[in-house]
Design a protein around this ligand. Structure first.
Ligand code: BES
Ligand code: MN
Length: 445
């Protein structure tokens, strides 16, 4: 194990590159600049590309005709660290404890992505050159829905032409079990505002005569699900692709502690659409989630008001072949229909991204699985993921290439939560995985 690699990871994790919060804009840029120097350091050419938001960093080797071109994609931006009080150590002062390094972005996505870069560096060092053409592309806006990457891909389509893309930004079934992800859920977000009286009212003087926006919003929210856990929006399931028999079989063979989800989430009971297993629900069934809700008096003690407004932030996880815009419009139509008398609603659509599904038996899919087998010495698990990386389907649409998802995130890595952590074993395994991957893909030629 090369200690210098771990030092690089620590340096990378110290940048608070929070993309959603403008107070960190300068930190995001400094992080991009550091990454550029690191890319040069490992032996690639590097450039920074401005966007109307945060910059994109790209590394390349010298292009050789006849070799396959692999794009490695990742993101250097991170989620906000809040709630800060719940961290056991400061989120941007990486702490090593046992086999784990604790910091915001350690798994999502700096640790996973840096492993690829350092793997390229090792290969260049030892072999003098790489067996493939490399485009190492790292963006700073993944956690806010990659608003500038799609236009960048379209504008630079020729320069970014490649045969396949590799991404480590998904999960692993368990420690030491190489995991090939061939599908991702999509996502569509929306905020609904319920508007009632023109100002907060005395609930004694007016209560009983006018509609209450907080009561109304709870009706809207509860109308989204049926009692069996399915989504109650007309047309919502129309385009949902059935789970294939081989997938059901493969997923039911995955050996995990039957209580794993309860342990990981701290919930007391599983709840979801009836008729599906936990994996099926998370990987291949769509959902409607309430991400946040507000309105009315939130302070100490009671305040007897009828609030003038309330709001809810909703997101929908989508599966093939649902279309995010179509789903948002179906939901809006549903909400319009069930809005109680006496209030009106305003729906604002947020960011969204399509789901992704590839054939794991394609040549590149099989090459990736061989690399996983070589790295972890066991047959890789074949899974889909519940999380979303919207740009992956955009890669398919714009560049017409598949993305190999080679996750290095462990189930207990706490991404987006306090105490996010990354397994140091996975960091070093990731470096070896990269080397095996480019060897396998180079060998396809
Ligand atoms: N790396 C995650 C997505 C992920 C997590 C995929 C775990 C598979 C397993 C990514 O950074 C992420 O959080 N994406 C957002 C997308 C959204 C902001 C558009 C998500 O899934 O909520
Ligand atoms: Mn990520």
């Amino acid at each position: 194990m090369n200690k210098k690699h771990l030092d690089d990871l620590i340096t990378y994790l110290k940048f608070p590159s929070v993309s959603t919060d403008s107070r960190y804009k300068a930190d995001v840029r400094e992080c991009a600049e550091w990454l550029k120097t690191k890319i040069i350091d490992v032996g690639l050419k590097a450039s920074i590309h401005e966007t109307s938001g945060h910059p994109i960093v790209i590394g390349r080797n010298i292009h050789k005709e006849g070799l396959p071109t692999v794009m490695i994609y990742g993101h250097y931006d991170v989620q906000p660290a809040d709630p800060i009080d719940l961290w056991n150590s400061p989120p941007f002062e990486p702490l090593i404890e046992g086999d784990k390094i604790f910091a915001r972005g350690s798994t999502d996505n700096k640790g996973q992505n840096l492993a690829h870069l350092l793997g390229l560096g090792e290969a260049i060092n030892e072999d003098g050159e790489l067996p493939v053409n490399i485009i190492f592309l790292v963006e700073g806006e993944e956690e806010i829905g990659s608003p500038n990457l799609e236009p960048f891909l379209k504008e630079n389509k020729d320069e970014l032409e490649c045969d396949v893309i590799a991404v480590s930004d998904t999960g692993m079934i368990g420690p030491g079990i190489g995991t090939f992800t061939y599908g991702l859920r999509g996502v569509a977000c929306m905020e609904v505002k319920v508007i009632g009286p023109s100002r907060d009212l005395h609930s004694g003087v007016f209560g009983g005569s006018v509609a209450n926006p907080c009561s109304a919003i709870s009706k809207l929210i509860s109308s989204l699900h049926k009692l069996d856990g399915s989504v109650n929006v007309e047309g919502f399931y129309d385009k949902v692709k059935d789970i294939e028999d081989w997938e059901k079989q493969a997923w039911s063979n995955i050996q995990v502690d039957p209580n794993e989800t309860l342990l990981l989430t701290g919930s007391t009971e599983l709840f979801g659409e009836s008729g599906f297993t936990d994996f099926e629900r998370r990987w291949s069934r769509p959902t409607a989630e309430v991400n946040g809700i507000g309105g009315g008096y939130q302070g100490e003690g009671s305040k007897t008001v009828i609030p003038s407004e309330s709001f809810v932030k909703l997101s929908f996880r989508l599966v093939p072949d649902q279309d995010p815009d179509e789903i948002l419009n179906l939901v809006k139509a549903h909400l319009d229909k069930v809005t109680p008398d006496g209030v009106r609603i305003e729906c604002e659509f947020g960011h969204s991204g399509k789901s992704y599904l590839m054939d794991p038996k394609s040549d590149y899919g099989l090459a990736a699985q061989k690399a996983l087998k070589e790295t972890f010495n066991c047959d890789p698990a074949l899974i889909r993921e519940g999380g979303s990386i919207p740009i992956v389907q955009t890669f398919k649409d714009v560049l017409n290439v598949d993305t190999l998802l080679l996750g290095l995130a462990l189930p207990d890595c706490q991404i987006h939560s306090p105490n996010e952590n990354y397994s140091i074993d996975n960091f070093y395994d990731g470096i070896r995985l990269n080397r095996n991957l480019i060897k396998q893909i180079g060998g396809l030629n």
